[in-house]
Design a protein around this ligand. Structure first.
Ligand SMILES: O=C(O)CCC(=O)C(=O)O
Ligand SMILES: [Fe+2]
Length: 339
């Protein structure tokens, strides 16, 4: 019996070049099927990555007591320690638009010696990710056709903002089988841009429920669609479940940049987007962005190990009764936020 493929082939979009019609079609197809694609010529040098890598390594090597000054119970909640997302996962969050200030606040607490190298690097990285996210959203809207980007890019996406999560995965030393570093989830963002080091382990779940590897590919970044864009695009783009598995007993570092609508944004797919090719039914009720974020944060089943409820349960038109039930549940369930 032939072994079925476990690695997904995603299109690579050269983000530095003007777009060809053929790249738009393969992009639209990939976003519908996988909700994932790769970008190349993104303008971030290997040197920037190796410096972020080195400084992040130093940061995560600090004692737990030192790191815990940044959360999860501190007011800033920028640090997520082990055993929240998984036993092998810890992360530091850096908020935009002032990445320098956000990173420096953490660095001042963590390090005795004051230096701004880390914060400057993250400011540079955050700004580059912002530029890239804008380009990516514009290209995605172009792939919908009918001049959607001209009509809606500026008016709908101009107040988006980003934040960065630096993630350190440390698997157990004796690793007999693979372990989940980060359980199945969808992102809440419009788009997420992920840099993964060369260890690998990122996987996307196919529509049939099969886990497929997204192998590291030199010089590229992984882009995935999040729930906000899935709802705004009336599912022309898919926000896929994904996870990270650790197969080798070595540390893995990733940088995930989430580009999101502003809190008060009302998310509603424009009629032209709803009516485009394929389904013509409106699939989501309008909803306010922060209400969905709160719904996820307050939901027991929205925790890491399971995807639990997503935007479909929250605002999906065919799941009204479920949504009402969930809103009831929200009042009694404990607050446990991450994704
Ligand atoms: O670490 C990775 O490669 C992906 C992380 C991720 O999916 C997330 O933080 O939402
Ligand atoms: Fe994710």
């Amino acid at each position: 019996m032939s072994e079925s493929k476990t690695c997904v082939e995603l299109p690579i979009l050269d983000i530095s070049k003007p777009l060809q019609q053929s790249s738009l079609s393969s992009l639209a197809e990939a976003c519908k099927t996988w909700g994932f694609f790769l970008i190349s010529n993104h303008g971030i040098s290997r040197d920037v990555y190796s410096r972020i890598y080195m400084l992040s390594h130093q940061l995560f090597s600090l004692s737990s007591d030192t790191k815990l000054q940044l959360g999860p119970s501190s007011s800033s909640k920028t640090y997520i320690p082990h055993f929240i997302a998984s036993p092998f996962f810890e992360s530091l969050r850096v908020d935009g638009p002032n990445y320098f200030e956000s990173a420096q606040t953490s660095a001042n607490i963590l390090f005795d010696q004051q230096s701004s190298e880390f914060s400057e690097l993250l400011q540079e990285y955050g700004s580059k990710m912002t530029e890239l996210s804008k380009k990516i959203v514009e290209v995605l809207l172009m792939s919908l056709g009918n001049g959607i980007e001209k009509k809606y890019y500026e008016s709908e996406f101009k107040n988006c903002d980003g934040y960065l999560r630096i993630i350190n995965y440390s698997p157990p030393e004796s690793l007999e089988d693979e372990v989940e570093g980060l359980g199945m989830h969808t992102d809440m963002s419009c788009v997420t841009i992920v840099y993964q080091d060369d260890i690998g382990g990122l996987q996307v779940r196919s529509k049939e429920g099969k886990w497929m590897d997204i192998n590291p590919c030199e010089g590229t970044l992984v882009v995935n669609v999040g729930d906000m864009l899935q709802a705004w695009s009336n599912e022309k783009f898919r926000s896929s479940e994904h996870r990270v598995v650790l197969k080798q007993p070595v540390n893995r570092l990733s940088l995930a940049f989430f580009w999101c609508f502003e809190d008060q944004k009302m998310i509603l797919a424009p009629d032209e987007v709803v009516v485009g090719e394929g389904n013509i039914m409106r699939l989501y009720e309008p909803f306010v962005c922060s209400d969905y974020v709160r719904f996820r944060e307050n939901n027991e089943r929205g925790k890491f190990e399971k995807v639990g409820f997503t935007v479909k349960d929250f605002a999906g038109i065919s799941s009204h009764s479920k949504c009402d039930d969930n809103n009831q549940n929200m009042k009694v369930l404990c607050s446990c936020s991450y994704l």
